[in-house]
Design a protein around this ligand. Structure first.
Ligand code: PSU
Ligand code: MN
Length: 329
């Protein structure tokens, strides 16, 4: 790798951000790991509060923590707990987030919702955007999850574009995911990321296309590929060295055993979008609605796929975090 010399010559402290605001709660183990440059992986919580239904969300959350620890990294679930921005939620807090309140009072927390949620003492699941913000404040640089939000189909009329894309353009955190969600307009989503200057790379040899959430191949060429966690870590490190302040997206194709081929899922997605239109679902409700409708229409197959690739992404995310800490130690 040509980067090797650059890495050796570097000062590993270049990524340090401002001290975290006093209103955020950072778990002691996470704080210590960040300070001593041990690998930490951030996890989001919208997937728990609005993505995957109870009790599957809770089972998954426990397993994700185990996978990260087995790789030798520290997990940090990020959420708004009763108005407290929390980095490294406890088991009790995770359980609380996973059990949906009857009055649907848990909100989805993206950048625009953060100050309100803190001021009003609200509980919420942080989206990829919301999680990136808090991870960065806490000094965490690798975050693994399911699928990115993006440019919705029909955005020419609705202008519905996820704040996840803006956040990737402005916050230096590496997001490890199965690409953008297949319910989106994937071509436009990746064009938007290019405009925002986000590094996008897919796991696999040169020529492997971008994945599409439930399916391994979106048919869209990936700007870059990486073949080892170390290669991804070298790019994260260099992004810090260059002080670019933009995020990075590492896409992991769903493992074959959990894949739903595009031919099987595309019709389902189209039907789910038609139901959403008929029911007048818009704005922040659309993503949770579609994921849930797809779950119903596939008789649970999409849920199995979703949980399967989230676990795989988290495993790769932990090895990238490990490689990053090795490069910088
Ligand atoms: N991926 C999943 N389930 C989810 C999400 C992603 O497998 O619930 C969430 C993420 O938190 C992502 C959000 O940030 O959906 C995007 O929502 P929107 O399109 O409203 O920005
Ligand atoms: Mn939206």
């Amino acid at each position: 790798m040509r980067l090797r010399g650059l890495i050796r010559a570097s000062n590993r402290r270049t990524h340090t951000s401002l001290p975290p605001p006093s209103c955020i709660t950072i778990d002691a183990e996470v704080r210590e790991a960040v300070q001593t440059n041990k690998p930490v992986v951030a996890l989001e919580s919208t997937i728990l509060t609005h993505g995957i239904p109870y009790p599957h969300n809770l089972e998954m959350a426990h397993e994700l923590n185990k996978i990260i620890r087995a790789e030798g990294a520290v997990p940090a679930t990020i959420a708004l707990v009763k108005g407290r921005p929390t980095v490294g939620a406890t088991d009790e807090e995770i359980e609380y987030l996973c059990q949906p309140p009857k009055d649907e009072s848990f909100i989805k927390v993206s950048r625009r919702d953060l100050a309100y949620a803190v001021a009003h003492g609200v509980t919420g699941g942080t989206t990829i955007a919301g999680t990136m913000i808090l991870a960065h404040m806490a000094g965490i640089r690798v975050f693994a999850t399911g699928g990115l939000g993006g440019v919705h189909r029909g955005s020419e009329a609705t202008m519905d574009i996820s704040a996840d894309l803006e956040e990737l353009g402005r916050t230096p955190v590496a997001v490890v995911s199965a690409g953008a969600k297949a319910i989106l307009d994937l071509d436009k989503t990746f064009e938007y990321l290019e405009t925002k200057g986000v590094h996008v790379s897919t796991y696999g040899p040169k020529g492997v296309n971008l994945p599409a959430f439930y399916s391994r191949d979106s048919g869209i060429p990936s700007p870059f590929n990486f073949e080892t966690p170390k290669e991804a870590a070298a790019v994260i490190h260099t992004n810090s060295l260059l002080q670019l302040q933009s995020g990075l997206l590492f896409c992991i194709p769903v493992p074959a055993e959990y894949e739903i081929p595009a031919a099987d899922i595309n019709g389902v997605i189209e039907r789910a979008i038609v139901s959403a239109e008929q029911e007048g679902i818009k704005g922040k409700a659309i993503t949770p609605y579609l994921l849930n409708r797809i779950l119903e229409l596939t008789g649970g197959r999409s849920l199995k796929s979703n949980v399967g690739f989230v676990k795989n992404n988290i495993k790769v995310g932990a090895s990238i975090a490990k490689a990053l800490s090795e490069i910088e130690n």
